[in-house]
Design a binder for this molecule. Structure first.
Ligand SMILES: Cc1cc2nc3c(=O)[nH]c(=O)nc-3n(C[C@H](O)[C@H](O)[C@H](O)COP(=O)(O)OP(=O)(O)OC[C@H]3O[C@@H](n4cnc5c(N)ncnc54)[C@H](O)[C@@H]3O)c2cc1C
Length: 413
């Protein structure tokens, strides 16, 4: 592939970064490709960190996105364990923490997100963890083995899933929830209620509306104090209250940032030499009529590929429909679209049955999202339908005799 540039630096050695360097070579780019990563490890998959890495004892090598030899074979220059500290698109350079400059006619930012901090006393005590990277997960493995009471703060994706995994390992788990139900903005009330019952039936002490006031301990955490004054023993605390985009580099280079780096449908930022993809990037969604920033695996892969193709003018506009999965208490959940935009929800099936259940969320008939326990084929049909703006009636969702593809009107799903 001939191009008007001969060096690309991908900043961020996570999933999007790893996909991007592969895509550069797949597109036939023969110039210099640098991958700059703050973490010392080769790019690895994060989803197993809250699942099989803890429960099945996977080794770090089993998480790698590409095998180690991939980078040599594809002439990818690795700068790992060195965060980029400054982006100078005008000079065509990226500066690393140790002062080195990496040449970059084009830059693709894939710096992801960082765990949000709680901001309570005691947060810096040993025994207080987040769950974002491999060292976090390794520490949590040790926690699971130690047999101490674990307090998980936050009932979102990570908190809920981690509570489930730790409970499955026999840990004594308390889940402190800010709201009433686990993952409620994503799952809605009925599915959230079912998940809450699942948590409790597996021995998790799930406490709705229980904000944390302080973490107590001298040399390490020993207890947590709730806003209502309740004190609970804790040998470890895991904070899972969401994340913030790692957008400092972009902001420092004068690139437009608003809860993430703003990109167009081709992953282009406000600077023509700089692109962004993955958890970090906020893109215009035609399907939902708003800008979205999606913190899910599939989005990171697809958006990174779009960004690379856009550098060569071969990209289709990106309008990814959010899709994610989670595994909790031995059941696989899938979530498509933006369920919280629905004003009505209808269910088919029964989550307690082997076949599971599908919840379809709609607004004046227009499908906005779906949640499934099991029922993968049907969830996939809704996912495809979302891209085409399909409508549905609640009756047809509930009526199992109607094939879900027939129930989705406006397009053959
Ligand atoms: C525990 C866990 C479980 C998950 N489970 C699921 C799941 O079940 N399903 C699902 O769809 N998604 C899941 N995800 C989300 C998914 O892993 C992310 O969407 C995906 O990793 C995003 O890829 P990314 O490359 O944008 O960001 P990341 O993979 O986070 O990579 C960003 C990288 O950039 C690096 N970086 C940051 N700043 C700099 C800098 N200045 N210089 C250089 N490097 C920098 C970071 O250190 C990091 O390595 C999970 C995430 C976590 C943490």
């Amino acid at each position: 592939m001939t191009s008007s540039f001969d060096s690309v630096a991908v900043v961020g050695g996570g999933l999007a970064g790893a996909r991007a360097v592969a895509a550069l070579r797949e597109e036939g780019f023969t110039g210099r490709v640098s991958l700059i990563g703050a973490e010392p490890q080769l790019p690895y998959e994060r989803p197993p960190l809250s699942k099989e890495f803890l429960s099945d004892g996977l080794s770090p090598d089993q998480l790698l996105v590409h095998p180690p030899e991939f980078y040599d074979e594809h002439r990818i220059e690795l700068h790992l364990g060195q965060p980029a500290t400054r982006l100078s698109p005008g000079d065509g350079t990226v500066e690393l923490a140790d002062g080195r400059l990496v040449r970059a006619d084009r830059v693709l930012l894939c710096t992801g997100v960082a765990p949000r901090r709680l901001g309570v006393p005691g947060e810096a005590l040993p025994g207080v963890h987040a769950l974002r990277d491999l060292p976090d997960a390794e520490a949590l493995r040790a926690v699971a083995r130690a047999g101490v009471p674990v307090v998980v703060v936050g009932e979102g994706f990570i908190g809920s899933e981690l509570a489930s995994t730790l409970a499955g390992l026999g840990a004594d788990v308390t889940l402190l929830m800010g709201g009433d139900l686990p993952m409620q903005p994503v799952l809605g009330v009925e599915a959230g209620d079912w998940l809450l019952a699942q948590h409790r039936s597996r021995g998790i002490s799930a406490r709705p509306r229980s904000p944390l006031r302080a973490i107590r301990g001298h040399d390490r955490v020993t207890a947590v104090e709730l806003a209502d004054g309740t004190v609970l023993p804790a040998g470890a605390v895991v904070i899972g209250i969401g994340s913030v985009p790692a957008a400092e580099l972009a902001a420092g280079a004068g690139i437009d940032v608003h809860d993430g780096v703003l990109v167009d449908s081709y992953s282009r930022t406000s600077n023509p030499a700089v692109y962004a993809a993955g958890d970090l990037a906020r893109f215009p969604s035609t399907a939902f009529g708003r800008a979205l920033r999606v913190e899910h695996w599939q989005n990171a892969q697809d958006q990174a590929t779009t960004a690379v193709r856009a550098m060569f003018g071969t990209a289709e506009p990106y309008d990814g429909i959010p899709w994610a999965w989670s595994e909790q208490h031995g059941r696989r959940w899938e979530i498509a679209g933006q369920p919280h935009l629905g004003t009505a929800v209808a269910r088919r099936g029964d989550p307690d049955s082997v076949d599971g259940a599908l919840w379809v969320f709609s607004d004046e008939g227009r499908v906005r999202g779906a949640v499934a326990v099991g029922r993968r084929r049907e969830l996939r049909a809704v996912l495809r339908g979302l891209a085409r703006g399909v409508t549905v009636t609640e009756h047809d969702v509930r009526d199992e005799s109607v094939d879900i593809r027939t129930a989705l009107h406006g397009a053959a799903a």
